[in-house]
Ligand binder design. Structure first.
Ligand code: ARG
Length: 477
């Protein structure tokens, strides 16, 4: 708007001041480099405010028309790249208002009647948080749909289930994947809660105490698509809980994606070989010609730390602030935007990796044959014959030790081998240690047996459909 290097002659508060700000103070005080991305919300908020003032008889209809037309033209110019911002304008609110005054004169100067930047910025940021949390629900749902498809199309595949990263009990690959589906389902709940927290309008609270003008807060709120108005004008300008909620949703979502990515890193090693990431989602080494690295999975894992830092950053910014608005709160933008961007990009990356990777079913199945993972079932068999479980545990433990020494698996043993260990064991022991049967026997609700996993897939499909309906019920503004 103004040339770089130009120190603006006037500020909006130039009446009270005898000197104009120096360049450093302008730069240090400015939020424009960060908050310029709020331009669409700022224009929408100002249009709603102007229309409301017009309807209340505070502004003439000619002024309202000039303001609305001017703001729409400014928005179009910003979108077409015809308007550059200058940090001399401090923040996006003053940049747009200043430009409006340059374009339409006095009517533009009337826009800020019955308003403060304090309720203005809170309104803009809430609109932005609503838009982005909704967009994140869309991206999370897309990833959930991909996980669900993978679970459905690999229903027969058995893999080792781990505790302590040691082979524990065999599970269906689909069961393992669906665990992430449910994590993402909870992440979507948190995003919806953050969306609801942002869905109340602060506009009309003015600086902190309300205004002397006969405004209609509910009309402005309704035009902007808010579900309600914030009841207390002081809370309205100083509350950033909605930003914390949004960052928290992103941080937890990132922790989940990070755990999934850690598994992708592990599974794509030669040692595991459970999956092969697509070339498009891998990178090579500048020195080692053979390398194919899971960089994108590692980056998502790494970026989880950023989102957690964003949450801590805003919590600490807010913790000592007295009511009502304090300039510290300008520091809310960076962590909020960073968390939203980081989580959005990471959802795209994880979707890209999962939807293109090759699942090496034979490698998983072969790994599931190792690790004596049927030992619990053998102990259960003994217990069902009346052997106290602690004794059964001891007997099977000794058998595992012997097998380990002789290089055999439980599945390699015949009925006579089992009978030699305990009079209670015979031919059924052979079934007890069959890995497919070990999986099939876990029919408890939420268990890994194929029929239970099929049930889970149906339940997951219903949960996803409900969250698709939520999107339809909360259309983008
Ligand atoms: N740029 C400011 C922010 O992001 C806008 C509100 C400034 N209000 C004030 N009274 N200085 O918080």
């Amino acid at each position: 708007m103004a040339d770089a290097g130009d120190t603006r002659e006037r500020t909006p508060w130039s009446g009270r001041f005898e000197r104009t700000p120096e360049r450093f103070q302008q730069r240090f005080g400015a939020s424009l480099p960060m908050d310029k991305r709020l331009y669409a919300e700022d224009v929408a908020g100002s249009i709603a405010h102007a229309r409301m003032l017009g309807a209340q008889g505070v502004l003439s209809s000619e002024d309202v028309e000039a303001i609305v037309g001017g703001l729409e033209a400014i928005r179009d110019d910003i979108e077409a790249g015809r308007l550059e911002f200058d940090v001399a304008d401090e923040d996006v609110h003053m940049a747009i208002e200043g430009e409006l005054v340059r374009r339409i004169g006095d009517a533009g100067k009337r826009l800020h009647t019955a308003r403060s930047r304090n309720d203005q910025v809170a309104t803009d940021t809430r609109l932005y948080a609503k838009r982005r949390t909704r967009e994140l629900v869309t991206l999370a749902n897309r990833l959930r749909a991909t996980i669900l498809e993978l679970a459905e199309s690999h229903l027969g595949v058995v893999m080792p289930g781990y505790t302590h990263l040691q082979k524990a009990q065999p599970v269906l690959f689909s069961h393992h994947l669906l665990a992430y589906f449910w994590m993402l389902t909870r992440d979507v709940r948190r995003l919806q809660a953050a969306h609801a927290a942002a869905d109340a309008c602060p506009l009309g609270s003015a600086a902190l105490a309300g205004t002397t003008f006969p405004i209609d807060r509910r009309a402005a709120a309704a035009e902007l698509g808010f579900a309600s108005v914030v009841p207390n004008s002081m809370d309205a300008v100083s509350d950033r809980d909605f930003a914390l909620d949004a960052i928290y949703a992103c941080a937890v979502g990132m922790v989940h994606l990070s755990r999934l990515c850690e598994e992708l890193v592990l599974w794509s090693t030669e040692e595991f070989g459970f999956v092969t990431l697509d070339d498009a989602w891998s990178t090579g080494s500048s020195i080692m010609p053979q390398k194919k690295n899971p960089d994108f999975a590692e980056l998502v894992r790494g970026k989880a730390g950023r989102a957690i830092g964003d949450l801590v950053s805003l919590l600490v910014t807010l913790k000592g602030l007295p009511l009502a608005y304090n300039k510290d709160m300008q520091e809310d933008k960076e962590p909020l935007f960073d968390a939203l961007d980081t989580y959005a990009d990471s959802l795209v990356a994880v979707h890209g990796m999962l939807s293109t990777m090759r699942v090496n079913e034979e490698r998983m199945a072969a790994a599931a044959q190792g690790g004596f993972m049927a030992a619990t079932d053998l102990a259960d068999l003994l217990a069902s014959k009346g052997v106290p479980f602690r004794e059964a545990h001891e007997i099977v433990g000794r058998l595992v030790l012997e097998c380990e020494r002789s290089g055999r698996r439980l599945q390699d043993l015949g009925p006579e081998d089992f009978a030699a260990v305990s009079p209670h064991l015979g031919p059924e022991a052979v079934d007890a240690v069959d890995i497919a049967l070990v999986v099939a026997r876990r029919r408890s609700e939420g268990g890994t047996a194929p029929e239970r996993v099929r049930e889970q897939i149906a339940e997951a499909g219903a949960a996803l459909a409900a969250d698709e309906r939520w999107l339809a019920e909360h259309p983008a503004a």
